[in-house]
Design a protein around this ligand. Structure first.
Ligand code: HEC
Length: 149
């Protein structure tokens, strides 16, 4: 890649890197591994709560809160790894063509993770179930549009 292209890329990705801990990637494979890792972690903790909400494992408020805290934190991480040119994995090219839609769904997920934490802290399993259901729709909706099946 020539210097101009690198400068253009750096400028384009600058807003993503403004947060202190925002991930920076030198090659797409690193970004793919990072975002898949973050997705897998949020998935694991999401499922632990779903198992409680569905009665497959006994409900325990402290466990629900601990898992919701992990999700509320991890849910912020994958997006910086979808920066310009970070193609690969199961990410569809549409991500880079339909940025506003992708951003809308990722923002929505972050908002819902906050609501999930509130629901977990309420100690009401019904609220937890509703919050998980709302979030699950956003996971599915983004995967349907932006993840290769
Ligand atoms: C804004 C879009 C978006 C949202 C919302 C989203 N995902 Fe994803 N997810 C993706 C994309 C894109 C990939 C493919 C990433 C890749 O392979 O590079 C992915 C991949 C995954 C993977 C596979 C990871 C791997 O190891 O390959 C899991 C599991 C996953 N998501 C779980 C979830 C769960 C659970 C939620 C909701 C709590 C969620 N995702 C919400 C876009 C999203």
């Amino acid at each position: 890649m020539n210097r101009l292209a690198l400068l253009v890329l750096a400028a384009a990705s600058a807003p993503l890197l403004s947060a202190p801990a925002a991930a920076q990637f030198t090659k797409p494979d690193d970004a793919v591994a990072y975002r898949q890792g973050a997705m897998s972690i949020q998935d694991a903790h999401f499922r632990r709560m779903a198992a409680m909400a569905n009665g497959r494992v006994p409900y325990d408020q402290a466990t629900a809160v601990a898992n919701a805290e992990v999700v509320d934190f991890i849910v912020k991480l994958p997006w910086a790894a979808f920066g310009p040119g970070m193609v690969g994995g199961d990410a569809k090219p549409e991500i880079w063509k339909e940025q506003p839609k992708f951003k809308e769904l990722s923002d929505k997920l972050e908002t819902q993770a906050g609501q999930l934490l509130v629901a977990a802290k309420s100690g009401d399993v019904g609220q937890l179930k509703t919050a998980l259901g709302d979030m699950d729709e956003t996971c599915k909706s983004c995967h349907d549009s932006f993840r290769k099946k």
